[in-house]
Design a protein around this ligand. Structure first.
Ligand SMILES: *Cc1c(COP(=O)(O)O)cnc(C)c1O
Length: 412
């Protein structure tokens, strides 16, 4: 997308606004499928939590992706988007048994990640095939927020508990059709990932009727120049080869699954916000925008870097700015960042705003969540309206408590 396209969108739909470029999503999808082209059966289930707009889910479905969901509400969004229940996998953590049963009733693939529920579910519904989420205890990436394979993680059933899993499966007569892992958000070292894969293959041999092995996600995308990204082509080459060998050993063609979120949508997204004020202090120049961590929390929550463009003045002389929000708390998007000269009223574009940006937005400070726009084949389509004051109050129940007396009398 060109700067001028983004500017036109900010003008037409106002700010702040999220924009997603379908071409980038499509290219990422194709890149991943191409990397694994030598695998007989590949299934990419898009992780809905990254960006859950129904139009995005429809796009994923049209590309051939299934969905990876973590709540019954995400499942319902998927069904609303027209995705078939058999193309949806439910990989929750810590949700209620009722929720799991309701989702199973919808015909969605269940993925169970604790022994207690495996036993309960298997006892009640031995006929419903389930996938089992394994924790191989392999560290992927260094940030403990996003490494979910380590020993203290709440995710998955420990690899050391395989004997207990097998006992439950035998006792209940349940049917295990898939093995799953999701080790963390960053596959940086392909050898480490392949090692986790070996653990999964070893585990898989214990189950006779598998249909798929799901390797979760963790594809790292670059956020700035020089960032390391997952070499999906190399991973594709090595894992495909090993997977095909394993299928031979296993004696049956299995489906290789992944659940990419960030990889498919991160780079497709732009977040556009307007500069309200340029404020010089004794130590810094602040650019204060009409947004905050209510709309884009990743920089504050994960310390993530989002490249910031001044699309109103792209050729301007570069100066150093700290870009901050309008929330009454520290909400710094970027500190001491070189950006083409900013004047009040300029529109800034944050890159990599497709994944975990809108989907983590809130109404904090009683602000409206932004609009979302899809850029498809050179045209902008509104795919979510900006909220209004009605949205803020629609679920609040008015009472006469604490109203002053005159009003009470008047209302009688
Ligand atoms: C969040 C999540 C994903 C997606 O992770 P990305 O880093 O966005 O690709 C995949 N699988 C599960 C189970 C998840 O919880």
């Amino acid at each position: 997308m060109k700067n001028t396209d983004l500017l036109a969108i900010a003008e037409e739909f106002g700010s702040p606004v999220y924009v997603y470029d379908t071409e980038k999503i499509t290219n990422q999808y194709k890149r991943l499928t191409k990397a694994f082209k030598s695998v007989n059966s590949l299934k990419l289930n898009y992780a809905v939590k990254a960006l859950s707009n129904i139009t995005i889910l429809k796009l994923m479905n049209s590309l051939g992706a299934g969905l990876d969901t973590v709540s019954i509400q995400e499942v319902r969004l998927g069904l609303e988007a027209g995705v078939a229940p058999q193309d949806i996998i439910f990989t929750p953590n810590g949700v209620s048994m009722e929720e799991i049963e309701s989702v199973a009733d919808m015909g969605v693939q269940i993925n169970i990640d604790n022994l207690s529920y495996l036993e309960q579910f298997g006892t009640k519904h031995p006929e419903v095939p389930v996938c089992i989420r394994i924790n191989p205890h392999v560290m992927a990436g260094g940030n403990s927020n996003i490494s979910v394979g380590h020993i203290d993680s709440k995710f998955g059933i420990s690899i050391h508990q395989i004997p207990h899993i097998l006992r439950i499966v035998e006792n209940t007569g349940m049917h295990v059709n898939g093995i799953h892992m999701h080790t963390g958000s960053d596959i940086l070292d392909i050898e480490v990932f392949l090692y986790a894969g070996e653990i999964l293959f070893e585990t898989a041999k214990n189950f006779k009727d598998l249909e798929f092995i799901d390797f979760g996600s963790g594809f790292k995308v670059p956020y700035k120049e020089g960032d390391i990204e997952t070499d999906v082509e190399e991973l594709g080459k090595k894992l495909s080869k090993r997977f095909n060998e394993f299928c031979k050993e296993y004696g049956r063609e299995l489906t290789l699954g992944f659940e990419p979120g960030k990889f498919l949508v991160s780079d497709s997204g732009y977040f556009l916000a307007q500069v309200n004020v340029v404020k010089q202090t004794t130590s810094m120049v602040f650019a204060g925008i009409d947004s905050g961590f209510n709309h884009l929390v990743r920089p504050m929550f994960y310390n993530s870097h989002h490249t910031i463009l001044n699309i109103s003045n792209p050729k301007g002389k570069e100066r150093f700015y700290s870009v901050v929000g309008y929330i009454c708390e520290t909400d710094t998007f970027a500190t001491n960042r070189k950006i083409p000269e900013i004047t009040e009223g300029n529109i800034l574009a944050f890159k990599n705003a497709g994944a975990y940006c809108f989907s983590m937005a809130s109404n904090y400070n009683s602000r409206y969540r932004p609009a979302e726009v899809l850029w498809h084949e050179g045209e902008a389509h509104l795919i979510r309206k900006r909220e209004t004051f009605e949205d803020l109050i629609q679920n609040q129940v008015p009472t006469t408590l604490f109203s002053n007396e005159e009003e009470l009398v008047a209302s009688k």
